[in-house]
Design a protein around this ligand. Structure first.
Ligand code: EPZ
Length: 434
């Protein structure tokens, strides 16, 4: 059965809510384990569907992956002593595009990788041409075979990749990560320019350095790597999830709550925090937590956003911010610059009584509307989060269909939200008496 969320709006969120580890850091860090025969121990791994998918992907290649349980439930031990089958099969890649992150490490470690080409997805075409172009400049040969991409390092896969000077035509997060993992075992120096500066890239680089890689400049647009011949095991703690933290901040604000978003890293949230303050939301920022207070719709003002690469406003917060904008006084302009089709949530928000029009890359939100409950459909991870936020302030009981999108990236969302006063359940459960 496809799970649904049933959400009754109207409760302010009060108390403390904890942020999990970042899915988008955990995915490349798990792929990095391919680079060594030794054990890689990752802490603060979120328990979400995409992590489970990556576990399957690695196991199918011959890796041993132990997900922790009990008190160690967020620890994962990965050992790729032997990679008997360096293939990422279509059955897995089609459910998770981030599977293409194994391309760089596989070819670096084994000299050969066979990875299914990802198709398009709900938010855009999402090609991986920049990953491929980068590998080619490092000496890889690429062939296409029945929907698969086959990459070999020089000399029929017998010699390592060669360091290169790679200037990204466009800033790409997983592209930077993928090629970084290829470069750490390449012969000589690789110089990357126009790199993604996202905290997830920095997190991956920290793990690679702990494994013995020589990397300088991660977190800036120029990264320099001196290749080494071998990497060893390491232990690494994954960053807190900045997008989950941002989603909770908006949940606190939109419901007129008083919420402490705990175990986050406010330094990664700069552009969002600035916008929330422009909206008239009160924030107390600590070292690892943020307290958000608001009066709800009555005190919210509009502030335009345009998504950009980090440190700009994250595309992964655009949908949730749009839900907030429906409650702000005045008209908010939301411009999506990263993906060409990331407005799937608009139709659903409008079905809940929002007044949003889209013209190309720009959405215009006429705010100050009382949202109404409705049956709505989740289309991707962050669009689902926007619908949850809208349902938390809507009048009455909303039903969100296809919450498997949500389960890909938000850990135990309904329990976390219930813990701070939201009325949310999966279809089949019974509302707990409060
Ligand atoms: C990462 O995707 C994230 N995924 C996405 O999170 C996030 O939305 C995105 O970065 C942007 O911040 C992971 O980290 C696993 P890109 P990624 O390559 O790396 C174009 C979520 O909800 N491009 O930075 O795939 C591309 O089409 C998700 O958690 C090329 O043209 O994004 C896009 O327009 C969804 N050629 C732009 O670059 C390439 O070879 C940025 O994409 C690669 C990308």
């Amino acid at each position: 059965m496809m799970d649904k969320f049933v959400i009754r709006g109207g409760n302010p969120l009060l108390g403390t809510i904890k942020v999990s580890g970042a899915k988008n850091s955990a995915l490349p860090c798990m792929a990095a384990a391919i680079l060594t025969e030794d054990e890689v121990i990752l802490e603060n791994i979120p328990q979400v569907r995409d992590i489970e998918t990556e576990r399957k992907l690695l196991e199918a290649m011959g890796a041993r992956v132990e997900l922790g349980y009990g008190r160690a439930q967020h620890r994962t031990v990965i050992q790729c002593a032997v990679l008997s089958d360096p293939v990422a099969k279509y059955e897995i890649v089609k459910t998770m595009r981030a599977s293409s992150l194994v391309l760089g490490p596989l070819i670096a470690r084994t000299g050969m990788a066979r990875v299914a080409m990802p198709g398009g997805c709900n938010i855009g075409g999402r090609p991986i041409d920049l990953h491929i172009k980068g590998l080619e400049s490092m000496g890889a040969t690429i062939a296409y075979d029945h929907g698969y991409l086959e990459a070999r390092s020089p000399n029929e896969g017998k010699s390592p990749l060669r360091g290169a000077h790679i200037v990204f035509d466009k800033i790409t997060v997983t592209g930077t990560e993928d090629l970084l993992m290829a470069a750490v075992l390449a012969e000589g120096e690789t110089l990357f320019e126009n790199c993604a500066r996202e905290p997830e890239v920095t997190d991956l680089a920290a793990l690679l350095i702990a494994m013995g890689a020589k990397i300088e400049g991660a977190g800036t647009s120029t990264i320099r790597v001196q290749g080494v011949s071998k990497l060893h095991g390491a232990r690494h703690k994954i960053n807190p999830d900045r997008i989950e933290a941002g989603t909770f901040l908006i949940a606190g604000a939109i419901t007129g709550g008083d919420l402490k978003v705990d175990c986050c890293n406010p330094e990664h949230l700069g552009s969002l925090l600035g916008k929330l303050e422009d909206c008239g939301i009160k924030l107390d920022v600590g070292k690892d937590h943020i307290r958000v207070r608001s009066e709800g719709a009555s005190g919210l003002k509009c502030a335009d956003i345009a998504t950009e690469e980090y440190p700009g406003f994250p595309t992964d917060m655009q949908a949730q911010y749009m839900a907030l904008a429906t409650q702000c006084d005045g008209t908010t302009t939301v411009t999506e610059n990263i993906f060409e089709n990331r407005f799937m949530h608009v139709q659903e928000l409008n079905r809940m009584g929002a007044n949003i029009t889209v013209n190309g890359r720009t959405a215009t939100v006429r705010g100050g509307t009382q949202l109404q409950s409705a049956a709505v459909m989740c289309s991707d991870l962050r669009a689902s989060a926007a619908l949850v936020l809208a349902a938390l302030v809507a009048d009455g009981e909303s039903i969100l269909d296809r919450v498997y999108h949500m389960d890909r990236g938000y850990e135990h969302l309904e329990e976390k939200l219930r813990g701070v006063g939201a009325q949310i359940r999966r279809m089949g459960e019974v509302f707990s008496k409060r």
